[in-house]
Every structure is written in structure tokens, then in C-alpha cells.
Design a protein around this ligand. Structure first.
Ligand SMILES: [Zn+2]
Length: 412
């Protein structure tokens, strides 16, 4: 379908050279850094070569427009992100942007003329440099205020407002990035799966029916940090032993969830004072519970918290609960799902309808506009890591399905 085989693969390899930490391996390209800006300038050039008219919005979201014959019709948006976490892989996000450019090349080569304008987007800051991910799409969805820009702070202490200023943007203009939902017909995002469902099933394409959203919270157990030698076993208030029971409870309760799709993880444990001769006095557990079924997820969260309270009471510990983030799961739009399924079928590709366990910019925008996602396999499910890999053939299949999906959505 494309007249330049290998162009996409070469572009992915070239973008990977925009990297702030070559020494440690993988790719480090965080939003609002000079390296990110340089990478984005290259993407602007590639968008230009595909005949797209580019513009940057107030928070650094990059758009590339292929004007349709019906200039007033709501547009079809497609894209992802080209920022990375630390020491990450070459495909997460990048495929959805560079693959969309390749899809435009393919559609042009096939003589396709869109009725609705097709707008490509590279969302700013999908990865959580400032603690919260998807800042670009949150701004576009009208979910990021001026006050948020001062509140959101990275590990280096820099606020998002400060980072915007140093990258040449005006934080006071954040509201300008808002997209009127009435101007968007649909949004479709091509992405690597970041899991092993497609690889395990031997399926080349996933069509996302729903995007799971996290409910993250912190459980802090407080006991008594007494001497490990001088405190008899029956006189202890060991916060870590209580927390350990809670960790096991998270796994048990998530497994028993009514939806069958809930996942629960304790990814962070902080035990203090952290000395071999002191009974742990305070332990923080950061808990992440996700599901596309919000009711099932909240039932799991409530049960975990109740169990943690019972464990704390039993052991004479105090328990404190602090919310971190609670996002809303999003269902894909049936018309976008159908377009992607038809596009895959036309190419003779098996498409599995599946849930996205990871969140994406499409989830944020999905609260306002009809969305859908197309997945391609990730080898071993490895992502946010130098070993992240999807084969050239798998990438090409994803691009072909995206092109067919865009043709259907933009012709309607
Ligand atoms: Zn991503």
C-alpha cells in the first residue's frame, strides 16, 4: 500500500536517537526538554513530507492536518505521544504518531481523499514527568487548570508551569489548548499492546473495547519502632507484618473480583526506620487497582481498605488512607470499534477485541469524544524498557489497519 517500504521503520530508529541518557541504555526523552523539542521538530518535518499542515498548541500538543473536502465537518483525530519515561523503549507512543504519518502516506498513495479532515496529534507529556500522565490530552479535554500547572511537580522539583516557560510556552494560556468536543467526530490511537495477550493468542491486531483506569491509593500502617532485641514478640506493634498481610490481601481480593478483569498491585513499599535492629514502626503501601469495570474496581478497593482496617485493628496498628488518583474507565465507541474491525477483516487479519490495561491519551479524550484504539503485539509484553520490541511486519499491519480505519471514519 505504501510507496516507501521501510520509511516508518527508519523514522522510528531515527527518533530513538533523540535521547538524553544514552549511557544508561534505552531512550530518555521527557516532555519540555531541549531533546524533546528537537525530536518534535523532526516529527514536524515528517508531517510536512506527508502534506500535513502543522501547528503547536499552548501546552505543546503538535497537530498535523490533512484537510478534508468538507472543511466544516468534525474531524477525525489520530495520534499518540513521542515523549518517553526514563530509559524506555522505541515504540510506546511513537508508533501511534509515526504510524499515523505512514497511514497518511498510504492513503494518499491509494488515491484516497478524506471528506472529514484528518488531524494527527503528538500529545504532550503522556508519560508522568510531573507525577500525572497525559497532561497534553488532559489540557485538550479541559481537565488541566492554571493552578494544576503550579501544583504538578517533577522529581527534579520543577513545576509543570516552570517547565512550560523554559520550553517557550506561556502557562497562563493553558485554557487555549482545550478542544471543543463538538469539533471531533472520532479519535483512534494506534499503540503497542504493552502486554502478552496478542502474543499469547497469536493474533496480529487488537481492537480495544474498553480502557481500564487506575484507582491508586496509599495505606500507611503505624505501629511502634521499638528495639528488635529488647521487645518480646507478644509486645510488638510491627507495622511491616501488618502491611505484609495487606499485600497478600490485595492479591487475593483482586483475584476474586466479580468482573474477572480487575488487577491489583502493591508497587511501592516504604518501611521505616529501615534498620535491622528496629521493629518497623511505619510502613506505606502504594496500591494500584485497575479495571474497565468501574463498579467491580471500586468493590475491590472497598474490600481491600476494609481488610486493611481489620488487619490493623487485630495488630494494634493505626491505619491511614490517602487517595492518589482515581480515573474513570472509558468504553470505546462502537462506530470506531466497527471501523477498526472492518479494516482488519478487509486485510484478512484476525482482530481480537480486548481491554487496554494501561491508560492512554485516548482514555482522557474518551470522556469527551468517541474513541477507539488499535493494538499490535509487544514481544514478551515488555514496555518502558530498552527491550521493548514489535517486529517491522507487526508495525506495518497496525499501520494498514489504522489507514483503513481512518478511511472509514473520515469518509462518513
Ligand atoms: Zn504510550
Amino acid at each position: 500500500m505504501t510507496d516507501a517500504p521501510g520509511r516508518l521503520h527508519a523514522a522510528i530508529a531515527e527518533l530513538a536517537t533523540f535521547n538524553d541518557d544514552v549511557a544508561a541504555g534505552g531512550i530518555t526523552r521527557e516532555i519540555y526538554t531541549p531533546t524533546y523539542a528537537a525530536a518534535l521538530r523532526r516529527v514536524v518535518e515528517w508531517m510536512g513530507e506527508a502534506g500535513l499542515e502543522t501547528r503547536l498548541d499552548a501546552v505543546g500538543n503538535l497537530f498535523g492536518r490533512w484537510a478534508g473536502t468538507d472543511a466544516g465537518a468534525p474531524v477525525v483525530l489520530t495520534g499518540s505521544h513521542v515523549d518517553t519515561t526514563l530509559n524506555a523503549g522505541a515504540y510506546d507512543g511513537v508508533l501511534g504518531v509515526l504510524g499515523a504519518i505512514e497511514a497518511v502516506h498510504a492513503l494518499r498513495a491509494a488515491g484516497f481523499v478524506p471528506r472529514r479532515s484528518i488531524e494527527l496529534v503528538a500529545w504532550a507529556g503522556e508519560e508522568p514527568r510531573f507525577g500525572t500522565g497525559c497532561v497534553g490530552s488532559r489540557a485538550a479535554a479541559g481537565e488541566l487548570s492554571r493552578a494544576d500547572l503550579d501544583r504538578l511537580r517533577g522529581r527534579d522539583g520543577v513545576t509543570m508551569a516552570g517547565a512550560l516557560r523554559s520550553a517557550g510556552f506561556d502557562p497562563d494560556r493553558v485554557e487555549d489548548a482545550r478542544i471543543d468536543p463538538a469539533t471531533v467526530h472520532a479519535l483512534v490511537e494506534l499503540h503497542i499492546e504493552q502486554g502478552i495477550v496478542l502474543e499469547t493468542g497469536g493474533e496480529p491486531i487488537g481492537v480495544v473495547g474498553a480502557i481500564a483506569a487506575p484507582h491508586d491509593f496509599r495505606l500507611t500502617f503505624r505501629g511502634a519502632a521499638t528495639h528488635a532485641g529488647a521487645t518480646p514478640m507478644d509486645l510488638r506493634r510491627d507495622a511491616l507484618v501488618g502491611a505484609a498481610e495487606a499485600v497478600v490481601a490485595v492479591e487475593r481480593i483482586a483475584r476474586a473480583s466479580s468482573s474477572g478483569t480487575t488487577v491489583g498491585t502493591v508497587g511501592v513499599v516504604r518501611a521505616r526506620p529501615g534498620a535491622i535492629n528496629v521493629v518497623p514502626g511505619t510502613v506505606e503501601l502504594d496500591v494500584d487497582v485497575r479495571d474497565s469495570d468501574a463498579a467491580a474496581r471500586e468493590q475491590v478497593v472497598a474490600t481491600i481498605v476494609a481488610d486493611a482496617r481489620a488487619i490493623a485493628a487485630e495488630r494494634g496498628l493505626e491505619l491511614e488512607l490517602a487517595e492518589i488518583v482515581e480515573d474513570v474507565p472509558v468504553e470505546s465507541d462502537p462506530a470506531v470499534v466497527a471501523a477498526a474491525q472492518e479494516a482488519a477483516a478487509e486485510l484478512g487479519l484476525t482482530a481480537r477485541t480486548m481491554i487496554s490495561g494501561a491508560y492512554h491519551d485516548a482514555m482522557i479524550m474518551g470522556r469527551r469524544v468517541p474513541v477507539g484504539m488499535i493494538f499490535v503485539p509487544s514481544r514478551g509484553g515488555v514496555s518502558h524498557h530498552p527491550d521493548e520490541y514489535t517486529s517491522p511486519e507487526e508495525l506495518d499491519r497496525g499501520v494498514a489497519v489504522l489507514a483503513g480505519t481512518l478511511a472509514r471514519l473520515s469518509g462518513q
